[in-house]
Design a protein around this ligand. Structure first.
Ligand SMILES: [Zn+2]
Length: 322
């Protein structure tokens, strides 16, 4: 079912079966040329829901803008890339999207997590069941790359491309200044805190994320359209909450380190998680992956701020308070 958000802007809620996120909001901007923003996983349930949104609006094809590389956002791009449609993304995430459709990306990500203390025994299994890998798009996508400052025209609106790295290294949003509408992908979410994780080629994702929040705070936004959950009424209030969340997290990580030397995986075990599990061992494997990624991003931030030190022993990073 689609919901009209504003003139020529519709939200299609696409279910994400058996996933804690439950659903993703794809947006359809209609006009002479239509634009689809994000797609859902490469799963039949997602495809059916998105197709029914197209049918309900009576449109047969749309250009596609992908906010970022995660498979719940780009999984169906090949199915909806019809003849003559332009596929838009930022270069950083566009290149990673094409890379993640193959095995090497996941192998490199495995190796990266081993460096941060993820136990070897958990791997293989973890990457095999990672939803991002299972429901990834198939094949190479011929993207048209857009960058900060580019303006797209859809639905009678001018959409300014805004680069907001952090949640992923090339995350992007679309901003309409006239009506103060911002399609922000996963950069800001109302009900959950966007996961800030390490990614190939990234050193300090939390710093990138906080910088992007600062940048978006400068925009005049009345309607914030997020990729998960309901639209956020007060973007500026939510940004403040997100700053506070990460400040608490950073303090928690320093406290968990105490006077010991620990890997990011060890720190993740002791962090507070809202997940309904009795202990770390009963965490579903993908959640251990996300949690460790979150621990890494906070430890790396503290390391680059000079608050903790990082030493490498036998190819594994250990962190310690200074
Ligand atoms: Zn995401």
């Amino acid at each position: 079912m689609v919901t009209k958000i504003a003139e020529n802007i519709y939200q299609a809620v696409v279910p994400l079966p058996n996933n804690p996120l439950r659903e993703i909001n794809a947006y359809l901007i209609t006009g002479e040329k239509n634009l689809l923003v994000d797609t859902g996983f490469n799963r039949p349930e997602c495809q059916a829901a998105l197709q029914s949104a197209f049918d309900e609006l009576g449109i047969d094809k749309a250009d596609i803008f992908i906010t970022h590389l995660h498979s719940d956002h780009c999984g169906l791009i090949c199915q909806f890339a019809k003849e003559g449609c332009t596929l838009l993304a930022g270069e950083t995430d566009g290149e990673l999207m094409n890379f993640e459709a193959g095995n090497l990306y996941w192998k490199m990500l495995d190796d990266l997590f081993l460096k941060y203390g993820f136990p070897k025994a958990h791997f293989g299994r973890n990457t095999d069941i990672h939803p991002g890998r299972k429901y990834c798009h198939e094949g190479r996508v011929n993207f048209t790359y857009v960058a900060e400052g580019d303006v797209l025209h859809y639905g009678g609106y001018d959409w300014q491309v805004v680069e907001t790295p952090g949640h992923t290294p090339g995350h992007m949003g679309l901003y309409n200044q006239e009506h103060k509408i911002y399609l922000c992908g996963d950069h800001i979410l109302g009900t959950i805190t966007p996961n800030i994780c390490i990614e190939l080629g990234v050193e300090n994702p939390l710093q990138d994320y906080l910088n992007s929040l600062k940048k978006v705070e400068q925009l005049d936004v009345k309607l914030l359209l997020t990729a998960h959950g309901t639209p956020v009424e007060d973007m500026y209030g939510r940004i403040k909450e997100l700053y506070q969340h990460h400040e608490h997290r950073l303090a928690e990580v320093v406290q968990i380190l105490g006077d010991k030397q620990k890997t990011a995986y060890d720190v993740a075990k002791d962090m507070t998680w809202e997940i309904m599990c009795k202990d770390w061992e009963s965490f579903p494997a993908p959640q251990k992956w996300f949690a460790t990624g979150e621990a890494i991003s906070h430890l790396q931030y503290l390391f680059h701020k000079g608050i903790v030190q990082r030493v490498e022993q036998d190819g594994i990073y250990y962190y310690q308070n200074k």
